[in-house]
Design a protein around this ligand. Structure first.
Ligand SMILES: Nc1ncnc2c1ncn2[C@@H]1O[C@H](COP(=O)(O)OP(=O)(O)OP(=O)(O)O)[C@@H](O)[C@H]1O
Length: 355
């Protein structure tokens, strides 16, 4: 469907890039010809100079009217493409729904267990995850740690049910994750992406996306908690601040803070975060790591972590390499027994690599 929308967009660009210049050129050429022909007739004595002026005036009205019609035709085409795109989006089947399942509710922060999970991105031949088993304790912070491409984001996507395992199972409080009502899942599980999706609009619009019913006071509260009022965005009229097209006027760090605020306002039972401090640096990073610790005490938190401050903030660490779990445990135990983990931490501590 995205490719069809892209094709429609391309058609529109061709149409505009062709129609606009052609009508402009025709109109200008017409003006020049009319002036030359009129001047010639005046020179021959067939026409009075005042008549030529009148003629040119009416001719310029005529040519601007034809240009306006051409532009209206372009806008009409644009509207048609827009309608076509809306139709395409409306035709997308709804997410697999609760009717089939719908038994499990998430009343409290859950325990999540991966039990010999396999995953593969079609049409890839290789497994992105193989025999992955680990447990995420309730109301604790679990960090997924490992080099890029190891499978951390895939694990988070599976928990959010963006896609399903091709083998093994994921349970949530002992029930298969697929038994969780999808609307319950979307309501109780928050996902903070590495590159947060920011709406074109105000900060208020963006926070309402987290919870439609939130009040201005709720929103100011979470914005203060994520430190947005102290990072270049003044407190005054903060909610009404227009963030530009897809958050264009915000820095990467500010976008991540808005995404965190959006998660906070939902008060989730399970919070999934894909490298939530990737766009922050130094003190900011430590501040956000601490915020996650303090503010989500009643939530089961799982994040993929590249940075040391986030890794150290976690209660439980799962080490993943090439789609396989190498080890799991507490930071101090892993340092003692897992060579791969020790090397990752040393490299981070010396600032050599971004994991
Ligand atoms: N949409 C996709 N289609 C095909 N392969 C994918 C897709 N997304 C990820 N992969 C592959 O799956 C494997 C695991 O990727 P994943 O993004 O889960 O790793 P990661 O540990 O989160 O990496 P990073 O730290 O860079 O985000 C990689 O080999 C990656 O190339």
């Amino acid at each position: 469907m995205i490719s069809r929308a892209f094709q429609s967009g391309k058609k529109l660009i061709y149409l505009y890039s062709g129609l606009g210049p052609i009508t402009q050129i025709l109109s200008q050429v017409g003006n020049i010809l009319a002036i030359l022909y009129g001047a010639y007739q005046v020179a021959l004595g067939n026409m009075e100079f005042t008549a030529l002026l009148m003629f040119l005036m009416y001719f310029s009205y005529f040519s601007s009217a034809t240009t306006a019609i051409a532009s209206a035709v372009g806008q009409f085409q644009q509207a048609l493409v827009g309608v076509q795109r809306i139709d395409e989006f409306m035709a997308v089947p709804e997410e697999e729904n609760a009717e089939k399942t719908g038994v499990l509710k998430l009343a409290d922060a859950p325990v999540v267990v991966f039990d010999e999970v396999y995953h593969q991105y079609p049409p890839e031949q290789k497994h992105s995850l193989s025999e992955v088993s680990f447990a995420v304790p309730a109301k604790k912070i679990t960090a997924l740690v490992g080099e890029s491409g190891g499978g951390k984001t895939t694990c988070l996507g599976l928990m959010e049910r963006f896609f399903m395992p091709i083998g093994g199972k994921i349970t949530i409080d002992g029930h298969n994750l697929s038994d969780l009502d999808i609307s319950e899942l979307r309501e109780r599980v928050a996902f903070v992406e590495q590159e947060p999706c920011i709406l074109t609009g105000t900060i208020r619009d963006n926070l309402k996306l987290g919870r439609k019913t939130s009040t201005d006071d709720d929103m100011i509260f979470v914005l203060t908690q994520v430190g947005l009022s102290t990072t270049g965005i003044g407190q005054e009229n903060l909610l009404d601040l227009y963030v530009g097209e897809s958050g264009l006027s915000l820095s990467g760090g500010q976008k991540q803070r808005i995404a965190l605020a959006r998660a906070l306002i939902r008060d989730p039972k399970l919070l999934l975060m894909d490298e939530p401090t990737s766009n922050l640096d130094g003190l900011d990073e430590e501040e956000v790591a601490e915020l996650i610790r303090n503010r989500f005490q009643d939530t089961t938190v799982v994040y993929s972590a590249h940075r040391l401050s986030l890794i150290l903030e976690a209660d439980w660490i799962v080490v993943i390499k090439n789609g396989v779990v190498l080890d799991k445990g507490k930071h101090s135990d892993l340092l003692n027994r897992c060579e791969y983990y020790r090397r990752l931490i040393e490299a981070q501590a010396h600032g050599k690599v971004e994991l």
